[in-house]
Design a binder for this molecule. Sequence first.
Ligand code: CNA
Length: 238
Amino acid sequence: MEENIRRLKELIDGSDNIVFFGGAGVSTESGIPDFRSVDGLYNQKYKYPPEEILSHSFFERNPEEYYRFHHEKLRLTGAKPNAAHRKLAEWEAQGKLKAVITQNIDGLHQAAGSKNVIELHGTLLRTYCSRCGKPYPFELVNEGEGVPRCDCGGVVRPDIVFYEEPLKDEDIERAVHFIREADVLIIGGTSLVVYPAAGLINYYRGHKLVLVNKGETGADSYADLVIHEKIGEVFSQL
Ligand code: CNA
């Protein structure tokens, strides 16, 4: 571990073009469960598999069941950024880090002070009517009960990307730009199995690919530095 931290520190110290690509594992140390760890959402039992509940067609078909799951599992309850979020914001403020590209929907990177955050899967912090597009305060969805409705009768939804929905072109283009131009690419807290997001790392052209993830991933074999530890614990030592 110590040798890996030393190597990572050397890469960070020597670069002013770091890009971070992350996922749910970045927020587990803030108390938000991920999907695929043993205590993650996919290993808990529901009437329907989470992939199905979090799909566009399910939301349209069964908003009551969707919102039962949302209120139980996706509600934001005051989680705070951890050492990983804070360190990334610090590097950006120092001019060393160019972008945080995240699959997370919890807003914790911005809460830590990061400015250039590309939220590939949207955010729970914005909501709008799925019929007429009218925006609503986040509290309506986060703190309410049952299915939140718009004045027009449509169902209000969080501005997250459901399964079956495309990512925004603009987000993909910006993510590809930053990854392609990156000197150091750090991938952290992601199982790299959700596409197309996971495929974006293939645009990296450098030789300083760092992976900080508790479990193994498909990118371990070609990363230049692999650290199988908790990302908050690792980043707090940098
Ligand atoms: P995932 O598939 O659940 O994978 C998480 C990965 O992180 C696993 O490989 C774990 O081993 C690893 N991990 C867990 N804790 C840590 C830690 N402390 N340090 C380092 N590694 C850790 O999640 P992905 O992000 O890869 O999958 C993409 C989905 C999950 C996206 O669509 C997200 O929107 C969705 N998600 C987001 C949140 C959130 O916003 N916080 C929470 C749960 C799921």
